[in-house]
Design a protein around this ligand. Structure first.
Ligand code: SF4
Length: 500
């Protein structure tokens, strides 16, 4: 790997600052060589979206030019004031970048444009018209291209464009502050980030892995996890995270997570009162929780429970989990493991036969009618976390004739709907685990998925493959994976029930 600072180095940094260092100086033998199929799928979808967008534009296409020529051809085109350049290659000293488009402005300078298949703003959906905040990783990438354009003498603006999924231009004005509370401009953020990244890629500074949910998609997953476990890194304490770890290590001079077991919270709060810069952004409640979780991880080594409400006594218990593809905003499966006094069964009927809106609606309607056919007041839907509810609200907006929103809402609140994660696990329990995800807890309770590499991301990939050839073996794999997710929810519910 070379030491050029590119837009993707900046992107990596926003996802995980450690990856920037580890890619260059980490133990290369421990890096997985297998490409992650879901990451590939996202990449392929991004590429085909980009191709579709540019197919209608008049431009100079340098995308298949040999790298050695690409830079010279880009410079030549910019000197000749070519209006639109596709995949120009910019390079200056140790910086390089390849914006999707370079567009000539009326004043003779160039601005960068990147084509994205998602929203141009943070926290907005494809269907939302509401303007949100600029995306940090987009802002850093646009800033990087602006800097290269300036260094090469073709402009001086701190401004670029994101062409979003709706083909609308979102202006990234980098001289604006990042927000009302954070008055630092996007450009200043870029300068700071670029400085940090430059030092990481030249090994002038090093940083540590931090165990997080993103790690599972990363080729360093096994390597970093091993490091975190062996060195008892504080990020192995559930929900402490990278910045919590860095604060605690710096303020308390922690050697490892085990040291947290013996901290004196009252004493530390007293110190914090006297010195406001001590333990920034960590209060007494959080510190007490982290200390307790450290004790569970390294001393008690068993789950702990607060008194929790009983589960509803009903004739039909439904353990429910959906599978959807966020790259297409498409729900392809509503899986239910049904338990009654007479029997247990997995219902595999509620699956979209292809990726059309008609097929999606049909599968959802079948599922809704099934739930509506159950004895009123005598069933309970168990699900894990908020994804199902959020997705169903969107589906109700798309297909309002399938179910009334008021009825649907009742399915997601007790006593009809129980969010096992937020209503029970998060509120009343603590576990000797780095996260309280469905898989982490069910594995801890000795539940095993039939698939050797179970993941929602892989299910999406299998579904995309299934769409191509309709191979029933692929569909079976998706259904089995989903059934096991539903059963895992049941295993956790039953375990909690046994602790009442
Ligand atoms: S596994 Fe996690 S900590 Fe390690 S480089 Fe990847 S994202 Fe960062």
């Amino acid at each position: 790997m070379n030491n050029y600072l590119t837009a993707s180095t900046l992107y990596d940094y926003t996802q995980c600052p450690h990856k920037v260092w580890r890619d260059r100086f980490g133990p290369q033998a421990e890096k997985s060589q297998e490409s992650n199929p879901f990451v590939e799928l996202l990449w392929e979808k991004g590429v085909s979206h980009e191709k579709a967008v540019v197919s209608n534009l008049q431009l100079l296409d340098l995308s298949s030019t040999d790298k050695a020529d690409q830079f010279h051809k880009t410079l030549e085109a910019m000197r000749n004031k070519v209006p639109l350049i596709y995949h120009g290659y910019l390079q200056y000293e140790t910086y390089s970048g390849e914006p999707d488009l370079l567009r000539l402005e009326s004043d003779g300078t160039y601005i960068p444009i990147d084509i994205k298949s998602g929203s141009g703003f943070e926290g907005t959906t494809e269907d939302s018209d509401e303007n949100g905040k600029l995306k940090r990783h987009y802002a850093l990438q646009i800033a990087h291209y602006c800097e290269l354009i300036a260094k090469l003498g073709f402009g001086s603006k701190h401004r670029g464009i994101i062409l979003d999924s709706k083909n609308e231009e979102v202006v990234y004005d980098l001289d604006l502050p990042q927000g009302v509370k954070n008055q630092m401009t996007w450009w200043r953020l870029y300068e700071q980030t670029r400085y940090e990244v430059s030092r990481l890629i030249t090994n002038q500074i090093q940083n540590k892995p931090a165990y997080s949910s993103l790690c599972k998609l990363c080729p360093w997953y096994q390597s970093c996890k091993k490091w975190c476990v062996e060195s008892k890194d504080p990020t192995m304490i559930a929900y402490l995270g990278r910045s919590g770890r860095d604060t605690l290590v710096e303020s308390l001079d922690l050697k490892d997570a085990k040291d947290l077991c013996s901290i004196d919270v009252q004493e530390l709060m007293y110190m914090k009162q006297k010195d406001k810069s001590f333990l920034p952004r960590i209060g007494e409640k959080q510190l007490t929780k982290f200390k307790f979780r450290a004790q569970i991880n390294y001393e008690l080594k068993t789950p702990q429970f607060k008194p929790f409400p009983p589960f509803p006594k009903v004739s039909h218990e439904l353990f429910f989990d959906i599978e959807d593809d966020p790259t297409q905003e498409f729900v392809y499966l509503h899986g239910v493991y049904e338990r009654t006094p007479e029997r247990e069964r997995f219902l595999d009927d509620f699956v979209a036969a292809d990726n059309t809106r008609e097929a999606e609606k049909e599968a959802w309607t079948k599922f809704i009618r099934y739930v509506q056919s159950l004895p009123k007041g005598d069933f309970c839907l168990y699900y894990y976390s908020k994804h199902e509810r959020t997705t169903y609200r969107k589906m109700q907006e798309m297909y309002p004739d399938v179910i009334d929103i008021n009825e649907l809402e009742t399915w997601f609140v007790p006593p009809i709907g129980i969010d096992l994660y937020f209503d029970y696990i998060f509120k009343y329990t603590e576990w000797p685990l780095p996260s309280y995800s469905l898989k982490e807890i069910a594995h801890y309770l000795n539940f095993n998925w039939r698939d050797k590499t179970p993941s929602g991301a892989l299910s999406i990939q299998w579904f995309n493959e299934y769409l191509e050839d309709k191979d029933p073996v692929k569909l079976k794999r998706i259904l089995e994976y989903n059934e096991d997710d539903c059963k895992a929810t049941m295993v956790i519910k039953d375990y909690l029930d046994s602790k009442k």
